[in-house]
Design a protein around this ligand. Structure first.
Ligand SMILES: *Cc1c(COP(=O)(O)O)cnc(C)c1O
Length: 446
């Protein structure tokens, strides 16, 4: 049983505590976990209080289907207003003509693209899962892998996409859809080259910017939108919003197909509280302060990569252009599974991840993926990410030298992590809309 309700009395609504102490207690435990640990999972972030308010709002009671102004149920005036705000903000933020903000997640956004532009059995060219691709890009166990014909490109020995390989595979297999963008690919993608290859075989180019949408929004990463026929993103990674997906395009004919692929193609009614939260997140990302946040996310990821390399830890591709980086543990003789467990015990949450040419199974892997988005939101700057890199190195080197988990080092690091976290509290005067994410929490070293 968690002792956590004492941590932030009254943070969650007292009505929930009274009505359902079991759910309340689990939520309070999760708050403590988020408060006292450093979140390095690249797909996570800390949303604003305003996003939480929208998510927990009464719009959840409303059922609508279809697009704003063309609903199948009445009483949609305010639902329409909310969804239109989200659409208009997405268009303004990413500079495009059309947005669909209904996808329940990034995977549903990608499914809708498959449904809009492909027939079952059609060929798709996408990045292999072990190279950093995503399940929803044609991985074998996913619907997109079972019902379509995926051809996969990889990365070279240095960890970069080999555009020559992409071109050769495109010409050999004539895919109808080419996908760029991944879950664990840390480098900037050559969007113009992808578009040229897509054009040369008459394929649609999908850019999935789930892991760099916030940097694109903040103007610190090239935008795929001028090159991709369609772009998908999640709102909950470095875009710093609540869970969900969006689909963007400039092509009106494709937009119509995408709309009907989302509904009634792969989804039913709209999760309006999620759409309201997307509107809030997109509104925050349009503020000038978001640019400072995005720039700091990138700086922090690079600082972390540098800190790890300075301690002799191999970083795939030697750095990053995004909020994420991947460490290769093979030189240390460690697996991703064992290393991530030890780091979690030390208060540093990250995930195991395949590395180029990994021979370990997906449940084990030989790598770790780290992201800077959540830490940056709570106010960490370069000084804090250098310390984090040092702690990660302490834990990994202790494991490598001792031949297994080193609980002494885990305890020392977790105490230091907790002390740092206490100086950068979450949901406690934290105003994510101020520069670099930090209201009360402000690193002295950006
Ligand atoms: C995170 C991610 C998604 C979306 O995943 P969901 O869990 O379905 O929201 C899609 N594509 C890529 C490349 C991702 O990294």
């Amino acid at each position: 049983m968690s002792k956590s309700p004492a941590l932030e009395p009254g943070y969650f609504l007292d009505s929930l505590r009274a009505a359902d102490p079991e759910v309340y207690d689990a939520l309070a435990g999760e708050l403590e976990r988020q408060q006292d640990g450093i979140e390095l999972i690249a797909s996570e972030n800390l949303v604003s209080q305003a996003s939480l308010d929208a998510l927990g709002s009464i719009i959840v009671n409303k059922t609508v289907e279809g697009r704003p102004g063309r609903r199948y149920y009445g009483g949609a005036e305010f639902a329409d207003r909310i969804e239109t705000l989200a659409i208009e903000r997405a268009k303004a933020l990413f500079g495009c003509g059309f947005a669909n903000v209904q996808p329940h997640s990034g995977s549903q956004a990608n499914q809708a693209v498959f449904l809009a532009v492909l027939k079952p059995g059609d060929t798709v060219l996408s990045m292999a899962l072990d190279a950093g691709g995503h399940l929803s890009h044609g991985a074998a166990p996913n619907l997109t892998g079972k019902w379509f014909n995926p051809i996969r490109y990889g990365i070279d020995g240095e960890g970069f996409i080999d555009m020559g390989e992409v071109e050769r595979l495109a010409h050999a297999h004539r895919p109808k859809l080419i996908i760029c963008g991944g879950s664990a690919y840390p480098r900037a993608i050559d969007f113009p080259a992808f578009r040229a290859i897509a054009d040369s075989v008459d394929a649609v180019l999908l850019a999935d910017m789930a892991h760099f949408a916030g940097l694109v929004a903040g103007g610190v990463h090239p935008s795929p939108l001028p090159y991709a026929h369609v772009t998908t993103a999640t709102t909950y990674k470095n875009l710093r919003g609540a869970r969900g997906g969006i689909i963007l395009t400039d092509d009106p004919a494709l937009a119509r197909k995408l709309d009907s692929a989302v509904f009634p193609g792969v989804q039913g009614s709209v999760i309006l509280n999620a759409v309201a939260a997307k509107a809030v997140c997109l509104g925050e990302a349009l503020k000038p302060s978001f640019k400072a946040y995005a720039a700091q996310v990138l700086t922090n990821a690079r600082v972390l990569a540098g800190a790890l390399m300075a301690r002799g830890i191999t970083v795939v591709s030697g750095g990053t252009d995004t909020p994420l980086l991947v460490a290769d543990l093979r030189p240390l003789g460690l697996t991703g599974a064992a290393a991530s467990e030890s780091l979690e015990a030390a208060g540093l949450t990250c995930n195991k991840n395949a590395v180029p040419g990994d021979t370990e199974p997906p449940a084990v892997t030989s790598g770790l993926r780290f992201g800077s988005a959540a830490g940056t939101t709570r106010g960490f700057g370069g000084a804090e990410f250098r310390r984090i890199g040092g702690w990660i190195a302490d834990v990994l080197h202790a494991m490598a030298e001792g031949g297994g988990r080193d609980e002494t080092v885990e305890h020392i690091v977790s105490a230091e992590v907790r002390t740092l976290c206490r100086s950068f509290p979450i949901y406690h005067g934290l105003d994510v809309t101020t520069p670099a994410g930090a209201g009360l929490n402000r690193s002295t070293d950006q």
